[in-house]
Ligand binder design. Structure first.
Ligand code: NAD
Length: 470
């Protein structure tokens, strides 16, 4: 079967590139489609199209709101096409991919309810002082491969509502669903308002430093986020960085195992552990250590792992070869250093990037899988003797995305959760971003927030209009 090619969307039209690159299905390890490798001239065209569309698009927020609502409906109509591509290129179970499309529609609708505020500070006979929020211009939206469509929506929905125009560049591992989205949205968005291009990593760098780009909204790793910040600096482009994490979950001595263990497990293993805001290490009171490890290991062994296109599968493969290699390496290193696999611990036989859901015990801070972001289906569980020490270890990291505290007494847990150094602290849950609520990281996990009014305003410049009468 010939590999299918997917065009880019520039100025509302199909654009094919001279070069293409292969997109791999992680369930088979085989290339199944080709994506355009955007040339520098085509990048210029995309940015020019966005710049040309900006003056008209920025004018009328009620029109933009209606268009976002129409976009949500159009995306829902195309759920099957988009979700299938997402599963084929990313690996997640089809039901999860379909859910991601619903989340996209929810993000668009929830964003459409927001208003760009206009605050009158003073209005008397002599003068009027107002604070306005005006769009920045052309926004570069750069996304990773784990949740490509929802993370893209968290960027273009507020950027567009605020009156900006956008060039979206998805990860080279998962370009197809975003390319398909660009084609689908041509039915509702004016040409040039949302351009979707694809290419390898250097394209992200070119987009981030291009003179037409006025803001870079980036989601991805800490290492790349720092490069984006450096690339944006000479031109003082605005940036939002949504970066990696190493979220700790601290269980208190009264942790309610029966009620909460499933939520804790899926807080770590949803999307095959490839969630920025997943539980990435668990601290457990020593007296309850074995009981908790055993319960998590039971859950791990019960998970149906397989090709996301197969009905009933709960966990797909790792999304790409580098991530598969990294998770194998981190787990092997922990096991070689004395950790025990209470469940899993190895790759599954076959061609795809499948790894057993893994619970690691008998390890401590100082092991890479505890100290670094593993971003995969392997969870270290660490005993503690003193809860203050557990908190200190949770905070002893450059990361600061999220964290959680678990207890039968939620208010007791909330006191400790407030002391976690991170953008979101949960109690008795984890990885539960909610539309309309700001989401972002402290320390190296990011700059700025997405979601809610704060997220919307990050796509604007603050402007004062000061009128002196007479
Ligand atoms: P990555 O940093 O390798 O790539 C992210 C995107 O940046 C891709 O589109 C890539 O092509 C592009 N890129 C690469 N080099 C670039 C450069 N120099 N300039 C501009 N763009 C460049 O990250 P990844 O491996 O795709 O994603 C996994 C990471 O993303 C994890 O660390 C995860 O925690 C993080 N993440 C964070 C959030 C959040 O909201 N905080 C959400 C999802 C994922």
């Amino acid at each position: 079967m010939p590999e299918q090619k997917y065009p880019m969307t520039v100025d509302g039209k199909d654009v094919h590139a001279g070069d293409t690159f292969g997109v791999c299905n992680p369930a088979t390890g085989q290339v199944f489609a080709q994506a355009p490798d955007c040339s520098p001239a085509q990048l210029d065209d995309a940015l020019r199209a966005a710049a040309d569309a900006f003056p008209l698009w920025r004018d009328d927020i009620s029109a933009r709101r209606s268009i976002l609502l129409a976009a949500a409906a159009r995306i829902e109509e195309c759920t099957e096409e988009l979700a299938t591509l997402l599963t084929l290129e990313q690996g997640k179970p089809l039901a999860d991919a379909q859910f991601e499309i619903q989340v996209v529609a929810l993000i668009l609708r929830s964003t459409a309810t927001l208003d760009v505020p206009r605050e009158v500070i003073l209005d008397d006979d002599d003068q009027r002082i107002e604070v306005l929020h005006q769009p920045v211009g052309v926004v570069a939206a750069i996304t990773p491969w784990n949740v490509p469509l929802a993370l893209a929506a968290m960027k273009y929905a507020p950027a567009l509502l605020a009156g900006n125009t956008v060039v979206l560049k998805p990860s080279p591992f998962t370009p197809l669903s975003s390319l398909a989205l660009g084609a689908v949205l041509r039915d509702v968005l004016p040409p040039g308002v949302l351009n979707v291009i694809s290419g390898r990593d250097p394209l992200g760098a070119q987009l981030a430093e291009h003179t037409v780009t006025r803001k870079v909204s980036f989601t991805g790793s800490v290492a790349t986020g720092k490069r984006v910040a450096a690339a944006a600096a000479p031109d003082l482009k605005r940036i939002t960085l949504e970066l990696g994490g190493n979220d700790a979950a601290i269980l208190l001595d009264d942790f309610d195992l029966d009620t909460h263990v499933d939520r804790l497990f899926w807080g770590a293993f949803a999307n095959c552990g490839q969630v920025c805001a997943a539980v990435k290490r668990v601290y457990v009171p020593r007296g309850r250590y074995t009981e908790v490890v055993d319960a998590l290991a039971d859950r791990a062994r019960s998970v149906e792992v397989g090709d996301g296109m197969r009905p009933g599968v709960q966990m797909g493969p790792l999304a790409n070869a580098p991530q598969f290699d990294r998770v194998q390496e981190l787990v092997a290193e922990a096991l070689a250093g004395g950790a025990t696999a209470a469940a899993g611990g190895r790759r599954l036989d076959g061609d795809g990037y499948f790894f057993e859901p893994t619970i690691l015990r008998d390890l401590d801070d100082g092991v890479r899988i505890v100290d670094e972001e593993q971003f995969g289906p392997a969870l270290p569980v660490i005993p503690y003797d003193d809860v203050e020490d557990a908190l200190a270890r949770a905070n002893r990291t450059h990361f600061g995305l999220d964290g959680s505290v678990w207890s039968a007494d939620p208010e007791r847990a909330a006191v400790l959760a407030a002391r976690l150094e991170c953008g979101t602290s949960w109690v008795n849950t984890h990885a539960m971003p909610t539309p309309g609520v700001p989401f972002g990281g402290h320390k190296w996990s990011g700059i700025g927030v997405a979601g809610g009014l704060a997220g919307l305003l990050s796509y604007t410049e603050t402007k004062v209009l000061h009128v002196v009468r007479g």
